[in-house]
Design a protein around this ligand. Structure first.
Ligand code: NAD
Length: 421
């Protein structure tokens, strides 16, 4: 069917949903109600560039369902972002929030732009204008924004300031992922990566894999990828033998110095020219033999053509939607070789701590970092336990188990609330 969301990432999210709908035997009249977004907004974002000209950027926000509370989701600044991709990410957010037991529907936003090519002033004007265009559709009890690829704490501070200026008072609870100085929470920046590392440790324990001295490969070296790489090396004694970012892929069989790589990206903007590592073709990265493979960049990178060649014991999906349905079929057959930690479980640390930040902002009552981390691990432990239990009891892959728990919770809320009018 052709519709405004037509896009490979949306197709992937729908294909996954249909598998779950068949597995849960969801009635035909509920399927489309659960799958298609409740609201989607497209806005024109005019921005004055430094050279005096005005450029109009395209911005999106998709709110997937409103059955369990306000919607919640990040904002992606990327040249390739589309309404369909945002809709897919919003749908995954719904299942992710439900799996973790958070009182949210899923949302996502995006602006088609390359933030690396904008000056700081242009980026600020773009961020503020995008948020201003969204004001009629968002609110602390309607839709709460957060960061995603290409956006950061500074952009969240501009979002919060723009919204607050319109209200006439400070409204920190309109966004999460804010700097601490304006009501952010301890541990938000590290939350997604920290959660991924926690789940890798849990998975390793279950399959008797010793992490100390083992090898890891990480695709994407931004907020999530760099923190996962740091946690695997410094906390768990693993060797990260290959990393990549948008500039290319870099390897060192003896292990990459992760802290030095972080410092290098801070200074140079990317990993390009990273000392102490050899550059190699990025499409070989995901098939390097290793104990732990962490896609932490974009969706659809593990597909029907490379899934059989993936040679890891744990596939930790830090990115959203890194594995296509074709690749999943291959992993379903290889479940004894590869332990998949599906994305909606694996990267849930971000939205869990965002929820903590929202709660703290609403109450103006702040928690210590140890409280944040402790509560994060407790929620993840519960979700991980539920997925493993269901997978074992019903002999289904982890992804089906995770999605089924999420979809079921949304379906239950929706049917109990009923159809209006
Ligand atoms: P980021 O913008 O900080 O970093 C993204 C990284 O991916 C950068 O290093 C970039 O160079 C790299 N990259 C982009 N395209 C690439 C490509 N084609 N090949 C290899 N590397 C590429 O973003 P992030 O916050 O680290 O998010 C990474 C992934 O994790 C995304 O899929 C995002 O949706 C997901 N995620 C993030 C959070 C969060 O809290 N930040 C939460 C849940 C999920």
């Amino acid at each position: 069917m052709q519709h405004i969301y037509s896009n490979p990432t949306f197709q992937l999210a729908c294909d996954q949903f249909k598998l779950i709908a068949d597995y849960l035997n969801i009635s035909p009249d509920l399927r489309d109600r659960l799958m298609f977004p409740k609201r989607s907004i497209t806005v024109a974002v005019p921005v004055r560039l430094d050279n005096g000209t005005v450029r109009v950027f395209e911005g999106y926000r998709v709110q997937h369902h409103l059955s369990m509370g306000p919607t919640k989701g990040g904002t992606r600044f990327s040249p390739s972002v589309t309404l369909g991709e945002v809709a897919a990410l919003a749908m995954w957010m719904s299942w992710k929030c439900a799996l973790a037991g958070l009182p949210y529907g899923g949302a996502k936003g995006g602006v088609q732009c390359d933030p690396r090519r904008l000056s700081p002033g242009e980026l600020e004007r773009l961020s503020r204008r995008y948020l201003a265009e969204m004001i009629p559709f968002i609110g602390p009890h309607t839709d709460i924004m957060g960061p995603d690829m290409g956006t950061n704490e500074q952009i969240m501070a501009w979002f919060m300031d723009t919204y607050s200026a319109r209200q006439g008072y400070t409204v920190p609870e309109i966004v999460t992922g804010k700097p601490l100085s304006v009501g952010g929470t301890y541990g938000r920046r590290e939350s997604t990566g920290r959660g991924v590392v926690y789940l890798i440790e849990r998975a390793a324990h279950l399959i008797n894999l010793k992490l100390v001295g083992g090898t890891a490969v990480v695709q994407g070296f931004g907020n999530v990828g760099s923190i996962v790489a740091r946690g695997l090396t410094h906390k768990n004694g693993m060797k990260v033998i290959a990393i990549s970012d948008v500039s290319g892929a870099y390897r060192n069989e003896d292990g990459i110095d992760v802290r030095a790589a972080e410092q290098y990206t801070k200074e140079h903007g990317s990993l390009e020219g990273l000392p102490g590592a050899e550059s190699f073709p990025p499409d070989e990265l995901l098939t390097i033999p290793c104990d732990v493979l962490v896609p932490a960049a974009i969706s659809g990178v593990i597909h029907g053509k490379n899934a059989a060649k993936v040679q890891c014991r744990i596939l930790a999906e830090a990115a959203n939607g890194p594995t296509t349905v074709e690749a999943d079929k291959i992993f379903f057959e290889r479940w004894q070789d590869v332990f998949v930690i599906p994305d909606i479980l694996c990267n849930a640390g971000g939205v869990i701590v965002s929820y903590f930040e929202w709660v703290q902002s609403l109450q103006s009552f702040f928690w210590r970092e140890t409280e944040v981390v402790d509560r994060l691990f407790r929620v993840l432990e519960q979700s991980f336990g539920a997925v493993i239990k269901r997978s074992k009891e019903q002999k289904i892959p982890h992804r089906i188990a995770a999605l089924a728990i999420g979809v079921e919770k949304v379906m239950r809320a929706r049917t109990q609330r009923g159809l209006f009018p």
